[in-house]
Structure formats: C-alpha cells, structure tokens
Design a protein around this ligand. Structure first.
Ligand SMILES: [Zn+2]
Length: 373
C-alpha cells in the first residue's frame, strides 16, 4: 500500500519500509520519515506549523490551536526562541497538532509522559478524540493528572513500565518538532549556534533533521552548529549515540540551571530546570539562540487572585471589539501586563474569551474577544 510520498527509515540501522512503523523491526531503533521528493513550499499566510504543510506527512484534516511560529526574543541579552508561547505552553504542541491531524481513530491510547500528555489531551479534546492515558502511580505529577482528567481524558492506572500505544518518541513527533528549524531558517537570525535542551534527545534530533532537509535543497541555507545541552550527570540520550547528524553535546551544572530559572522567572517565565539549560549554556558562551522549551502550568490557586481583574476584562469586552493582550492591559490601565496575560490564559481555558492569531506584517499577533458573539 503506497499512497504517501515518504518512507519510514530506522535512524539506527537504516532499515526502510513503506508501512507505518514507529520502532525498527530489525534493531528496535526509532524510525524517522524520509521524503521521496522534498520541496520547500511555505504557505506564508498561515500563522502556525501548518505553513510548512508541504514538508510534513500528508493529512486529510488539520487539528490546530495555532502552534508554532514562536518568537525569538532577547532575554537578558540572550536570543531565546520562546516555545512557551505555544498554545499549551510547551514545544510538544507542534507534535500534538500533527499527531491528531494524522490519526483517524475515535480514541488514542498513550502512556503518561510529562508535558507531552497534557499537550496531547488538549489537542485530543479539540479533535473530539478520546485519549486513554496509562499512568504508573509513582511516576506521575498529581497536578498533571488533574488537568488531564479535566480535559476529558481517561486515566488508567498500571504497574507495567512498557512502551504502550502512542508514545512521545515516534517519527511524527520528529516531523512536528523539526518545524522549529524551518522557522529559524525563515527568520535568518545572525547567529552560528543553536542550543537545545536534551533529555530524550528527540527535540535536538528533530531540529538537526529540519536543518539537514533545508541544507539539501536550499542554496541560501547557512549551517548552524547544533548543541544538545543536558544537565550534568544526566545520561546521554541514546539517539545521540547513533545520530548521523552533527550534534555537539555540552552540559551545565544544576547550579547554572537553577540560576537561569531564577533569572528567567524575573522575566515572567516560570520554567522547569531542563527548559532553562539551553539558556544557561547560551549565557556561558554568550552567543547563539537558546530554545526555551516550556513553562510550568498555571494552577487553580492562582485563579482566585485574579477575580477582580477578570471582571474588569469582561466589562472591557462589552463593546465586542477584538484586542491584543497589550491593548487590554493599556485600556485597563491599572494592572501588570503579566497579570493580564495570566488572566487571559485562564479565561480562554474556561471559555469566557476566545482567541485567535492574526498576521500583522511578519509578526504573529494574538487577539481576544468575548465568545458567543
Ligand atoms: Zn533498525
């Protein structure tokens, strides 16, 4: 059955098949997608990863929350690509969007993985797909489980620690995540190095794959040095042992990572240690772009603090105009911008406000309005 323009190829041993396969039947290595005929065609009016649809596996539908096209901003002098700006606050939204667009089942079975499962739950809800999440009780963040359950996913407890159903490591995740490279290529920043946090190594591998695809077909492509940054004493991700792409490995101490978390929290970014390691390294080397992979979620206790602000926001929208967060903050005139942002996220999550993206010149801007109007 050959209906696609791509094959699955083992990253480890090179085994190829046209059949959808996540792990190699010969050696157990992770499979990746290779295209027969790869062309660079950008739908430049689309403010999400779907502007690269021609360079992704073909899907008959698109499940999107406008993931991707994240900004590159200078934070304390360090150029940072803010994956925190994705709809659920993490880089894996890029993968979730592609996965839910490709899968044609009424339900998906998966095993709990930090960040990935929450992102997937949001997208499953959006797609009307039932997500069944297997959870090993001792390995789950209880707050995560509450969010997953509230999003309508089913939680099944298990004691078996095996790869089950849809896992984060799969060829489509790589395809979703490689769009980060495409975005960097489109903005052409004047840097030589890209720093990427590495735990499983999938993200840095995907970014290297994206750049390699561009290198093969784009004459104006300027090569970057790709640096996987891990926490000292953490294991070297297996995929980096056999990756054919040039990926340099470096590490930062827990102290450096923690200092960066504190640094970044002062800028309104509430991160986990791993999400800040690329920033730590970029700061040490004072050069390049750091990928900031994701933020901590806002918990319900925060919600209570913002009751007053929410009321004011609702009043503001009685004129049914669409506004950016900045405009809302400016019109209200008496709150912090950070507080306004936080409230907007919660109000969108609770269905009080709707949001969408627009392109203003080259920039992706988010606008809000009162739903059901
Ligand atoms: Zn293999």
């Amino acid at each position: 059955m050959k209906s696609e323009n791509y094959k699955f190829k083992c990253i480890k041993c090179g085994y190829e098949t046209e059949k959808e396969t996540f792990f190699c039947p010969k050696c157990g290595g992770l499979m990746q997608i290779v295209y027969d005929d790869f062309k660079w065609i950008v739908n430049s009016n689309t403010p999400s990863i779907w502007r690269y649809r021609c360079m992704l596996p073909r899907s008959w539908k698109i499940i999107t929350m406008n993931e991707g096209l994240t900004p590159i901003k200078r934070i304390n002098g360090i150029l940072s690509k803010l994956e925190t700006n994705n709809p659920t606050g993490v880089y894996t939204d890029r993968a979730s969007s592609l996965l839910l667009s490709l899968f044609n089942h009424n339900f998906i079975e998966t095993i709990y993985e930090e960040d990935f499962t929450i992102s997937l739950s949001h997208y499953a809800r959006k797609a009307g797909v039932k997500l069944k999440v297997k959870v090993i009780p001792d390995q789950a963040d209880p707050q995560d489980l509450i969010i997953i359950a509230r999003l309508g996913s089913e939680i099944l407890f298990t004691e078996k620690n095996d790869k089950y159903g849809l896992v984060y490591e799969n060829p489509y995740t790589i395809e979703g995540l490689k769009t980060i490279s495409y975005e960097i290529y489109e903005t052409k920043p004047k840097v030589d190095k890209i720093y990427v946090p590495a735990q499983s190594g999938i993200l840095v591998y995907a970014i290297a794959k994206g750049f390699q695809e561009l290198k093969e077909i784009r004459n104006d492509f300027k090569e970057y040095e790709i640096i996987a940054v891990k926490l000292r004493y953490a294991n070297l991700p297996d995929i980096l042992n056999y990756s054919k792409y040039k990926i340099k490995i470096s590490e930062v101490s827990s102290k450096d990572a923690l200092e960066s978390i504190i640094d970044l929290s002062k800028k309104g970014l509430n991160l986990k240690p791993l999400a800040s390691v690329a920033y730590s390294m970029a700061k040490i080397e004072s050069d390049g772009i750091a990928i900031i992979t994701g933020k901590r979620r806002i918990y319900m206790s925060d919600a209570i603090k913002y009751t007053e602000l929410r009321k004011d926001i609702i009043n503001l929208f009685s004129d049914n105009k669409k506004r950016t967060a900045y405009e809302i903050w400016n019109d209200l005139g008496k709150y912090s911008l950070k507080g306004v942002y936080k409230s907007l996220i919660m109000m969108v999550n609770s269905g009080e406000l709707c949001e969408d993206f627009m392109l203003k010149g080259q920039r992706k801007i988010k606008v809000y309005w009162k739903c059901n109007d």
